[in-house]
Design a protein. Structure first.
Length: 197
């Protein structure tokens, strides 16, 4: 029995590489090592879709939009026919931590609730073809803005000034509410972001 144990220990010692670095060293070195070919080591690598002023506001620092109650707002979306009754039935009104995402044809509506209560922090409406936004999407955005008492007309919302290949952004402010409408010419996608300033 003693000889078998001695053979196993000897085989282990012969196969072990004492010059190998421990994995903790490699992990630490890899985390802090400057990567020469990594373009993000010396530049801002924020994805294009998240590079607008609205997305630069840290989500936890966004404030509740005044006088907008989550449940009433969702009910208003049904009344204005932005979403369906079926969409309304699938809403978990007790979940005030996760964003509510609803697919509306080819567009997406995202309502970010206020985690501290029953309010709304921000509203995002993402759509296709921002260089020729559909009447359907314009009507949905108009109805959303009516529900939060944002009275500016949408005459200039979608009138983008070309800025090379950069994301084109129009900002509007009223009664402490910010409205950012943007269009990415690279993929022709657009967003309307509503938040409290």
């Amino acid at each position: 029995m003693g000889k078998i144990f001695l053979i196993v220990v000897l085989a282990f010692l012969l196969s072990y590489d004492f010059n190998a670095k421990p994995s903790i060293y490699l992990k630490t070195k890899g985390e802090y090592e400057h990567k020469i070919n990594d373009p993000c080591s010396s530049a801002d690598c924020t994805p294009r879709a998240l590079s607008t002023p609205y997305h630069r506001i840290v989500f936890t620092e966004r404030k509740r939009i005044d006088k907008v109650v989550f449940k009433d707002f969702i009910g208003g979306l049904v009344y204005k026919k932005v979403i369906t009754e079926n969409d309304y039935r699938n809403v978990n009104f007790d979940d005030n931590f996760n964003s509510l995402t609803i697919l509306i044809r080819n567009s997406i509506l995202i309502v970010n609730p206020d985690s501290g209560g029953s309010g709304v922090k921000s509203i995002e409406y993402r759509f296709e073809n921002c260089n020729q936004i559909s009447d359907f999407d314009k009507n949905n955005v108009r109805n959303i803005l009516n529900l939060i008492n944002f009275d500016k007309t949408d005459k200039d919302f979608y009138d983008f000034s070309k800025n090379g290949g950069e994301i084109m952004i129009n900002n509007f402010y009223e009664k402490g509410v910010g409205l950012e409408v943007n269009c990415d010419p690279k993929n022709n996608s657009g967003q309307v972001n509503i938040y409290r300033r």
